[in-house]
Design a protein around this ligand. Structure first.
Ligand SMILES: Cc1cc2nc3c(=O)[nH]c(=O)nc-3n(C[C@H](O)[C@H](O)[C@H](O)COP(=O)(O)O)c2cc1C
Length: 405
């Protein structure tokens, strides 16, 4: 039996996949749709002291990325077609949405009470997202709790690069409410580790990271215009492109605190959730993939996480939490030895992706009797590792023995 429920600051989530503050939780009925589609817990769109004035257009995918499509074709024994480059799925997303364009009174009188009933029906926690400055949180926090929030996430997105205002906001909110509070950290704030320590001292109950990256710009080359409306054509980047940044920040936070962390940024597959958890997260939030795929993403990810844990012999999220952290220290022993990947011929599909991307001309797909397989020429291999990451079947890999001391 695999149990994917998680607990954060006394709140019980039916699974570790929450929505993030974003248009998918723009009002009570929108949050109801998320609950019906299996979200682990609800987070409202960020409520400000005034309604936001949202520029149009304010959402768009960034290019669509070029992906290599594997099309192995042979002339006799020779691989003639290896990879066709095609326009693939989106890899990034820009938005210029700011916070909610609904007035705070509407949230406290209508949307949060509606979401409270939804949360009770589905037995999941309701987190209100509010922003930004200390005096604003002091005003909004108690109202959000009165309207039904179990906890508060506070956005730090428009507080600048220095972290002192973030700590001031945390202290103000801590003094105003008794429920758990979580700062949502933006990647442009300097001094992450010191900020985390000071926020812990200020009494926060956990961390949410990350918000969008930017400001960023995307120009439509057919019109020469920015894809986003609003000042400077700027938007904020989210989606798969930011996942490595989110995972890195979650791991950095996990190294300095034992408080729970909710990882956000670029999640589109169950393995992305697993990755955040291995970096130290207890739960995750999803925004962009839920916008482009629809709310059914939550059930897909929860089912996928359950299956991944079962297939790998784990029984809960706790079994893998922080699993990667022991490898993320500063320990130069062995870093500079050349390690040559090996090929598991039973898994190799001779697609040629490893050969195509090997800059050192060290990997080739060859014929061995009537079998075609990749082979590593160790006299040329530089140990860069790229082939092990492009292989679609993990047939080419670094044996674990390289890392055992
Ligand atoms: C259209 C849009 C609106 C967003 N609005 C908010 C918001 O109101 N408050 C907030 O804290 N984050 C907001 N975000 C950031 C997301 O909650 C999330 O942190 C970020 O998009 C990274 O996750 P993702 O890659 O899954 O989208 C917004 C993101 C998008 C794309």
């Amino acid at each position: 039996m695999v149990d994917i429920s998680v607990e954060i600051a006394g709140l019980k989530f039916r699974n570790p996949i929450l929505n993030s503050a974003c248009p998918i939780s723009r009002d009570g009925p929108a949050m109801e749709r998320l609950a019906e589609n299996g979200v682990g817990g609800l987070v409202s769109k960020t409520i400000g002291v005034v309604a936001a004035k949202v520029p149009r257009p304010h959402m768009g995918v960034v290019n669509k990325g070029n992906i290599g499509l594997i099309v192995p074709q042979y002339k006799g024994n020779e691989l003639v077609t290896k990879v066709a480059t095609v326009r693939g799925a989106y890899y990034g997303f820009l938005n210029a949405e700011l916070w909610t364009d609904l007035p705070p009174e509407q949230w406290f009188e209508k949307e949060l009470p509606y979401a409270r009933k939804v949360a009770d029906k589905h037995n999941i926690p309701l987190i209100a997202s509010i922003g930004y400055k200390a005096h604003e949180l002091r005003e909004l926090g108690p109202k959000a709790v009165k309207a039904g929030a179990d906890a508060i996430e506070f956005s730090t997105h428009y507080l600048g690069h220095e972290y002192t205002p973030v700590v001031e906001s945390a202290k103000a909110l801590r003094g105003a409410v008794d429920v758990p509070i979580f700062p949502k950290l933006s990647p442009h704030i300097w001094g992450l580790k010191d900020m985390v320590r000071e926020l812990e001292q200020a009494g926060v109950n956990g961390f949410v990271a990350i918000n969008t990256v930017g400001p960023a710009l995307h120009i439509d080359v057919e019109t020469g215009r920015p894809v986003m409306g609003g000042p400077f054509g700027h938007g904020w980047l989210s989606g798969p492109a930011i996942k490595p940044l989110g995972v890195a920040i979650v791991a950095e936070i996990a190294k300095v605190t034992k408080l729970p962390i909710v990882g956000v940024g670029g999640i589109s597959a169950p393995e992305d959730v697993i990755e955040y958890i291995m970096a130290g997260a207890t739960a995750v939030q999803v925004c962009t993939q839920a916008i482009v795929e629809g709310p059914q993403v939550f059930k897909r990810l929860a089912d996928g996480v359950k299956k991944w844990l079962k297939d790998h012999g784990y029984s809960s999220v706790e079994d893998i939490r922080g699993k990667a952290l022991k490898y993320l220290g500063y320990d130069p022993a062995g870093w500079y030895e050349i390690k040559n990947p090996v090929v598991d011929e039973s898994k190799c599909i001779a697609c040629g992706l490893c050969e195509q991307s090997c800059d050192y001309d060290a990997v080739h797909v060859i014929s061995k009797g009537n079998v075609r397989t990749a082979l590593v020429d160790t006299s040329r291999c530089y140990g860069c590792g790229l082939c092990t990451t492009v292989c679609p079947t993990r047939a080419i890999y670094f044996p674990g023995k390289y890392w055992e001391k």
